[in-house]
Design a protein around this ligand. Structure first.
Ligand SMILES: Nc1nc2c(c(=O)[nH]1)N[C@H]1C(S)=C(S)[C@@H](COP(=O)(O)O)O[C@H]1N2
Ligand SMILES: [Mo]
Length: 380
């Protein structure tokens, strides 16, 4: 027998190496969690891109105004699905963390690259879920602008995910296709994780789906709670518009590339033909709430002013500053008969917090673009 002298390093390793006794640190659990995470991150990426490009469409991109609830659905899926992913990711990290301490840490150049990418994937995923969660909680303990950071990190995560899936695909397939010899605890663990994700979804889905509103204990905002039964994101006081909005000298003007410039007092607006639309406010934060809006069709106003069919329009708020004081309306949206300059909601004049005297409401459009306290329509 050859006696191999123990090196101090190997002795250290032996003592430092934790013993991973749970069977749940195994490939089968990791594979199923990986599949679930792959699907949820891909969904979040797709719905996130929709949200980004609806808010910042490049010149050539035109979004349809129907289906009315499309954005409400994609953004609900993005936020509620993202929240439900948190327990999945934590479970996956717990399952695979023994690999973090594997020895030797790198076996080859290729393995080194793989590990670096894995750190990028894990770090990026945690970053996306954490910043998304903080954003819907209106808590910004970080120094960067959330939408920009969340948007660009998404590309890093999806790239690292694509490489990871390519590397792991064969192993995952093999693992999930073979029958395990023992079912010991794995099924129970996976069901527990699924139940945790399901519970998060169930207790937040009510922010978008009113039949579940009573269960929405984890949702920061709920339909039905707020003036006129609608949540408020930015109040009139926070926007600094109270005086301007209450001013009896208020006028709504239609300007820019028009044949006739128009100007209306609030009484003039109330004398115009009224139309009704049942439409949701669908906030980027995932909550949404439907309401019955009454007001003037934007297209009627533009036709009266005299515009060509393909113009774009910008609405301007009385709000003196802030990111959401204006928004652009492209032809599919301003031609849509449901796009209104609303004067009433749920049967009474708009609350100050919902945009009195006049707000934009249009189908299939993120909440941030449903400009409140509108006083000017500019044809561009
Ligand atoms: N002028 C102005 N309009 C605005 C905002 C704003 O900050 N300023 N916030 C928007 C956002 S983020 C949402 S979700 C909706 C919310 O409308 P509500 O408060 O009537 O529910 O208004 C939008 N309109
Ligand atoms: Mo919003």
């Amino acid at each position: 027998m050859v006696h191999v002298p123990e090196s101090p390093l190997s002795r250290f390793r032996e003592r430092a190496a934790p013993r991973f006794t749970s069977r749940l640190h195994d490939e089968r659990v990791a594979a199923w969690l990986g599949i679930a995470l792959g699907l949820s991150f891909t969904t979040a990426f797709g719905t996130g891109l929709i949200s980004h490009f609806m808010q910042h469409p490049p010149g050539w991109m035109v979004w349809p105004s129907r289906p009315v609830n499309l954005y409400r659905f994609t953004q609900g899926l993005h936020v509620i699905g993202g929240l439900a992913t948190i327990p999945l990711l934590l479970a996956k990290l717990w399952t695979v963390y023994p690999k973090l301490l594997q020895w030797p840490p790198v076996r080859s150049a290729g393995h080194a690259v793989e590990r670096v990418l894995l750190f990028v994937l894990v770090g990026g995923s945690l970053f996306q879920l954490a910043t998304g969660l903080l954003n819907i909680a209106y808590w910004y303990p970080f120094p960067f602008f959330f939408p920009t950071a969340h948007y660009w990190t998404a590309y890093i995560v999806i790239g690292a995910l694509a490489v990871h899936v390519t590397n792991e695909w064969a192993k995952v397939r093999r693992t999930v296709m073979t029958r395990p010899e023992d079912g010991l605890g794995r099924r129970g663990f996976l069901l527990t994780v699924a139940a945790a994700g399901g519970t998060v979804a169930l207790t937040t889905a009510g922010q978008a789906f009113s039949p579940l509103a009573k269960l929405a204990v984890l949702a920061p905002r709920r339909p039905g709670i707020g003036p006129q039964g609608l949540p408020v994101n930015k109040s009139a006081a926070a926007a600094g518009v109270i005086t301007a909005a209450r001013d009896t000298g208020y006028r709504l003007v239609v300007t820019g590339r028009v044949e006739r410039r128009l100007s209306f007092s609030l009484d003039d607006l109330n004398a115009l033909p009224v139309h009704t639309a049942r439409l949701p406010i669908a906030c980027v934060e995932g909550w949404s709430a439907e309401a019955t809006w009454e007001g003037i069709r934007l297209r009627d106003l533009l036709h009266t002013a005299g515009v060509s069919q393909d113009v774009r329009v910008r609405v301007e708020s009385l709000e003196p500053g802030g990111l959401y004081r204006t928004s652009r309306i492209d032809p599919p949206h301003w031609h849509d008969p449901l796009t209104l300059l609303a004067l009433k909601v749920n049967g009474s004049p708009l609350d100050l917090d919902h945009g009195f005297p006049c707000r934009l409401i249009a189908p299939n459009r993120p909440g941030v673009l449903q400009t409140k306290w509108v006083h000017e329509v500019v044809v561009i």
